[in-house]
Ligand binder design. Structure first.
Ligand SMILES: [Zn+2]
Length: 267
């Protein structure tokens, strides 16, 4: 399919781009068959939820931009997430330099600029995909332009390689310090604040929490200094969303998944 690439704006043959990396779907469904048929996503601040094993894809990017996304983000980050054969980032974070304890969380400096940049690139590439187009056909409503123009423009410059890091953008990578027995993936949600937006999504064992905007306030600027990427060892199970998600998987999505399969058989 020919069209205009949503990132570089060149006329090109467009790839059928995934919203969330294919490798994440594959890892969850192959490694954790008990959850695997229902890749869960949670959407909206009203905690409305749905699940799907349908992979959200769209003709969005040219080959060169698609390649940037995999090379600079996905390829470097995916092997760190919780997988059936281990959770690399949970091991690695223990060797990072400790910064401080905040409540039950421990904040760490990234071990290198490269790892900080890879996680930033990955997080931004997912956030950008949310706001760059409409995903309502996949049950995710009102995504287009959900991220403010000033941030989207900083994101695009960074993704294209024009800047070293996106301006006014901060990332906390939460790494689960408990056993990841319910691996899941969640599409990003955006919470609006004056001066900045909070964009959160997760892949197995990891929650990526982005703050972006022209005026995040002194507290956030101070927390994200001297680096704008931190890794946080945290119990993701104590996060309120977690219980909601687990109950949802246990009580609803599994039952509905069975129903759906039976229905398909009957068609
Ligand atoms: Zn392009």
């Amino acid at each position: 399919m020919n069209g205009i690439c949503a990132l570089c704006k060149k006329s090109a043959k467009l790839k059928d781009s995934h919203f969330m990396p294919k490798a994440v779907y594959r890892s969850i469904s192959k490694g954790f068959p008990e959850h695997g048929q229902n890749i869960v996503w949670i959407t909206g601040s009203d905690k409305s939820a749905a699940y799907t094993d349908k992979q959200a894809k769209k003709h969005l990017l040219c080959e060169s931009c698609e390649l940037k996304f995999s090379k600079n983000g996905e390829d470097k980050v995916i092997h760190f997430m919780a997988r059936p054969n281990g959770f690399k980032l949970a091991t690695k974070i223990k060797k990072f330099k400790k910064r401080s304890n905040i409540k039950d969380d421990t904040w760490y400096f990234p071990s290198s600029d490269e790892i900080a940049k890879s996680f930033m690139y990955f997080a931004i590439s997912i956030a950008w995909r949310l706001s760059a187009t409409d995903w309502s056909a996949f049950g995710i409503p009102e995504t287009k332009n959900s991220i403010r123009e000033e941030s989207m423009s900083a994101f695009s410059d960074f993704l294209l390689g024009n800047t070293d890091l996106p301006t006014n953008t901060y990332l906390a990578v939460y790494v689960d310090n408990q056993i990841v027995d319910t691996p899941s993936m969640g599409f990003p949600t955006v919470k609006n604040h004056e001066g900045y937006q909070h964009i959160v999504f997760n892949i197995p064992g990891i929650k990526l929490s982005l703050l972006a905007g022209n005026n995040p306030g002194a507290g956030i600027r101070e927390a994200f200094s001297p680096t704008n990427v931190y890794f946080v060892s945290s119990s993701l199970k104590t996060h309120p969303d977690y219980h909601f998600m687990v109950n949802f998987i246990k009580n609803e999505s599994v039952a509905k998944g069975r129903l759906l399969k039976e229905r398909r058989k009957n068609v």
